[in-house]
Design a protein around this ligand. Sequence first.
Ligand code: ZN
Length: 154
Amino acid sequence: MSAELDELYQSIILDHNRRPRNYRVMDDASAHADGQNPLCGDQLTIWLKVDGGRISDVSFQGSGCAISKASASLMTAAIKGKTREEADALFTKFHGVVTGAHPEDAESMGSLKALGGVSRFPLRVKCASLAWHAMHAALAQHADATPPAPVSTE
Ligand code: ZN
């Protein structure tokens, strides 16, 4: 990675840390989950609203390092409007990029690729993926709360 790109990616992370997107409590969320990364002291809560299988709104609040906060902010911007399946697929892809398992996927991830650099810092991988794990947990919770489809009596 060139020094210029490194700088660009750092500026994306610093910007999202300073002015996190979707940073608020959501009173009418359909699911929420807490995430904690004791190794770094990061903690956050993710709120989700799912309508007809689509994430119509997502927000977060918490405290922690710049990476965890920027990653949460970028995550909320990336999954808003996506279906549950799309959000889970993005989570898998993101995880592959930050752990260094699939660095080639970074190019198709928009601003999220700014976090690809954490793959060089194993302790930071947990900071970057914290919000995603919480989002994943909140989505799973939502699945449990969905009433089963009506059974046909024909
Ligand atoms: Zn952290």
